[in-house]
Write a protein that binds this ligand. Structure first.
Ligand code: ANZ
Ligand code: ZN
Length: 840
């Protein structure tokens, strides 16, 4: 046949692979193992182009590794808990489980139609008890090892809906459904002790040399190690000899201590709470200061608010120096000690605060000692020389810091301290659609872990979403249990786990999935660490950090020996597309647009002009998404896959274009036509033979480095060369090689052609071709011929031509002869294989 027909071939080969179990990963195989993993999707309902790009890259690598002789684990599953299912329940009156499972079925079908080489026998969904029950067991393990604790912490509270909101449900400080200003409220919640691992997680980054530098840097900043000083201020007027710690503060800039003009405590600080208890003005302020979301970003950008408590503390280095104590909304309760001393000249938040409340701004750091009195026009946070600081004057920031720490420790009023920005991981969510935290609360025993034989704690099915809040709280029977320890009436924990917990160990469960345990250690260790992990850079911080923590926690508990879960990490770029906007700024999709007179764009509905917007990440809000499904139906899986690989380096954004997909579809047909050419030719074609070997090398190298666009470019070159070559045995062989090299990217085409040419077995099981290194060297070189440094001509010569022969050939060139015009050169410089420069 003269055309490759994906409508028939795609299904045929997908079925054959499934029937043969081609991509089944055998843990007991004697072959070397390779674990290729893409970040598993949230089952939102449909596959989008970002998924297609991500999974195509992983798929090419997985197929390549198989052909190289590895036993490959390339699994797929579903990150299936989370808010959207509950939103759907509220909006569409469908149970979160029903909605999620239907989405999974639809998306599985879509992935299968793209022909990904996945081991579907290992598919998992985090919302099923046979996954989250094991997660509960791991949670109990962490509890037993002291890595879980309960703490009061602030949540976003919607006062109208009377419900806790996730950070993403707070929009501009307001509840997403009620529109009411969000408040901060304290709740007792579950935390995992990730801070115990701060140092390890930081040091471990150094071993991850197959990770992008930018991701390692982001993690480093997130962990945020800082060297500082913790010390206590004493309240003025407290009797000497009484408590000698009243306000504990943490600072990373002890060197600025003589620039302090106030002390600020968080609205959640015990002193603030004590004052609020019997002073309505304080209580009022604290309530106001707590308005707004709890996320660091919200706190950072909110207007600075302060309340002068009237209390004063004594400066640690001068008993006559008093500093006022303010309550301030920008001081976080769960960082450091929840209190700080403010240095307006050298901290932007303190500066803004001091301007607003007319507090002194005193320079204590300058570029040089002579600049001690330079005015402070904005906060200067950088390092410099200490000024206006008594015994510190003239010291550098580092020296002054060390000096204050030394004095504080010697005199006993403070201590040097390493502080991490990283906070313990709050995993409690007041939501239904998540893993139930396996704990029972008893009046007399406190929180008790659910006995393991009672796991999994299964979510109740009969829940209602017509009123806000957590349906688990309202369930009539689910929460009523007896205490496993003393047998008295107790109640079940109704918080569920953050979905980041689910994704912190799924890669281990993929590697080994016994029914009675989360994983079998020996089996998991055969596969782990993941050799290549591929996903979006949006997960560069949290997901990767939590997964690293979880793995290290398992390692510390003696459950696994690997410390780092992902050896190689690749973050791929986004898929982008052009956008259009109406005259009044609404986003439009191309179907809403017509071409008007003179080729101008107009909005179909209104006739008004349309402007072409920027090329942006595909998103529903910008109406510039392209649904993969109709594209697949029209062009076939291989064209879509090929386009995903071809146009841009994989770490960069890929702009979707109709032209691009058509080009990919044409290439598929070109390869098909070559594959259908008659075979049985005789004779060798040396140039083509070299090209063939070089392409095998180039494509393999590109795959190793995940430079898929380079592999595509090399394959285009080989295809061109074959098309131009005369029939020969080499040409037949080159076509066969072309199919092998194309197979990871365009597997359906490759299988169909492989079979049509009468090859044995499936190409999915074929071996990656070898190349002869001797043939990689370019045999002929181009030598530049210069006169006085100016290029005059070039010379084709065999590689390794001796200097004198190169010189003779260059001098004999007609262009050189005419330039020299009979004169003899003063000097001739020869760089072998590269250059002959004739100096006159
Ligand atoms: C005095 C000072 C002077 C500070 C100066 C900074 C600059 P990093 O470096 O990010 O770890 N801080 C301490 N506890 C805080 C809290 N609970 N909420 C908000 N801010 C807090 O941050 C440490 C610095 O942040 C500390 O050093 C403290 O301000 C402030 F020129 O102390 B600094
Ligand atoms: Zn009890």
């Amino acid at each position: 046949t003269d055309r490759f027909d994906p409508a028939v071939a795609d299904r045929r080969w997908q079925q054959r692979w499934a029937d043969a179990g081609s991509f089944h990963a055998d843990s007991n195989s004697p072959k070397p193992k390779s674990y290729v993993l893409e970040m598993f999707p949230y089952p939102s309902g449909r596959i989008h182009m970002g998924h297609v790009r991500n999974y195509t890259m992983g798929d090419v690598l997985a197929r390549f590794r198989r052909m190289q002789g590895f036993e490959v684990l390339h699994p797929m599953g579903w990150d299936a808990f989370g808010m959207p299912a509950e939103n759907a329940a509220m909006e569409k009156k469908v149970h979160p489980g029903t909605w999620t499972r239907a989405n999974i079925a639809a998306m599985r079908e879509q992935l299968q139609r793209i022909g990904f080489a996945l081991d579907w026998s290992r598919e998992l969904a985090t919302c099923e008890p046979d996954y989250y029950g094991h997660e509960q067991a791991l949670f109990l393990d962490l509890m037993e090892h002291g890595l879980v604790f309960r703490k009061e912490s602030e949540v976003n509270w919607d006062p109208v809906d009377m419900t806790v909101l996730a950070n993403e449900q707070v929009i501009d400080g307001k509840g997403w459904r009620s529109g009411a200003p969000v408040e901060r409220k304290k709740l007792s919640q579950w935390f995992l002790k990730i801070t115990d691992f701060a140092e390890e997680l930081l040091d471990g980054l150094k071993t991850l040399d197959e990770w992008p530098d930018k991701v390692r840097l982001m993690q480093e900043n997130w962990i945020g190690r800082s060297q500082g000083l913790q010390f206590c201020f004493r309240l003025a007027g407290n009797p000497p000899g009484g408590a000698n710690c009243d306000v504990d503060v943490f600072t990373t800039r002890p060197d600025t201590i003589f620039g302090a003009s106030f002390v600020a405590i968080s609205p959640g600080h015990p002193i603030a709470e004590a004052l609020a208890a019997d002073n309505p003005a304080v209580a009022n302020f604290v309530r106001k200061a707590r308005a707004g979301g709890t996320s660091a970003a919200e706190v950072e950008t909110a207007e600075k608010l302060g309340f002068d408590t009237g209390l004063e503390v004594i400066h640690p280095l001068d008993p006559d120096w008093r500093l006022p104590v303010w309550i301030a909304n920008f001081v976080l309760m769960d960082y450091g000690t929840g209190a700080l001393f403010g240095v307006p000249a050298h901290d932007a938040r303190d500066f803004e605060f001091a301007k607003k409340y007319h507090l002194p701004i005193r320079r204590v750091v300058a570029a040089s000692i002579d600049d001690a009195n330079a005015p402070v026009v904005e906060a200067e946070g950088g390092d410099g020389i200490a000024v206006n600081s008594q015994f510190l004057d003239g010291l550098t920031t580092a020296q002054a810091t060390a000096e204050i720490v030394r004095r504080a420790e010697a005199a006993g009023w403070g201590q040097g301290k390493v502080q991490y920005r990283l906070r313990d991981w709050g995993v409690s969510r007041q939501r239904y659609w998540g893993t139930p935290i396996p704990v029972i609360h008893c009046e007399s025993c406190g929180p008790v872990g659910v006995p393991r034989e009672q796991l999994p704690v299964v979510l109740p099915e009969d829940v209602a979403f017509d009123i806000p809040g957590n349906p688990l709280d309202r369930h009539p029977t689910w929460g009523r249990v007896d205490c496993p320890r003393c047998g008295t009436r107790a109640r079940r924990e109704t918080d569920t786990l953050d979905t980041f917990v689910d994704s912190s160990w799924y890669f281990i469960r993929f590697a080994s999935q016994p029914t009675d345990l989360p994983f079998d250690r020996a089996e998991a260790e055969k596969w782990l660490p993941v050799g290549q992990y591929i996903g979006g850079v949006e997960h560069a911080i949290l997901h990767l950090l939590y997964a690293r923590f979880w793995t290290r926690a398992l390692q510390r508990m003696g459950k696994i020996s690997v410390k780092e879960p992902f050896r190689g990490l690749f973050t791929q770029g986004m898929v982008t597309h052009e956008t259009y906007q109406s005259a009044d700024g609404r986003w439009l999709n191309p179907e809403e647009i017509d071409v008007g007179e003179g080729g101008t764009l107009i909005e179909r509905a209104t006739g008004a002009g349309v402007t072409r917007g920027r090329v942006e990440k595909m998103s529903k809000s910008k109406k510039n998404t392209v649904d993969p499904e109709p594209i697949l139906a029209r062009y076939g899986a291989d064209a879509v896959r090929w386009f995903m690989l071809s146009d841009s380096p994989p770490e960069r954004d890929l702009e979707w274009s109709e032209g691009g997909i058509e080009g990919a579809a044409r290439f598929v047909q070109r390869v098909w036509r070559l594959a259908m050419a008659p075979t049985g030719n005789q004779g060798e074609d040396k140039a083509l033979q070299r090209k063939r070997h070089r392409t095998v090398a180039a494509v393999g190298e590109a795959f190793e480095g995940l430079q898929f666009n380079k592999s595509v470019a090399a394959l285009y070159e080989l295809t061109n060369a074959i098309e131009k070559a005369k029939p020969s045995a080499t040409r037949d062989e080159s076509i066969r090689t072309l199919l092998l090299l194309v197979a990871p990217g365009a597997p359906h085409l490759a299988e169909e052609a492989w079979a049509a040419r009468g090859e044995q077995g499936m190409i999915a099981d074929a071996t990656w071709p070898v190349f002869d290194p001797a043939l990689l060297v370019e045999q002929e070189v181009t030598i530049a011929v210069q006169i006085n440094g100016k290029l005059r001509d070039t010379l084709a010569a065999p590689r390794g031509l001796p200097r004198d022969e190169a010189e003779a050939l260059a001098l004999a060139l007609p262009k050189v002869q005419s330039q020299l015009n009979g004169a003899s050169p003063r000097k001739v410089i020869v760089v072998p294989d590269r250059l002959v420069n004739i100096v006159t």
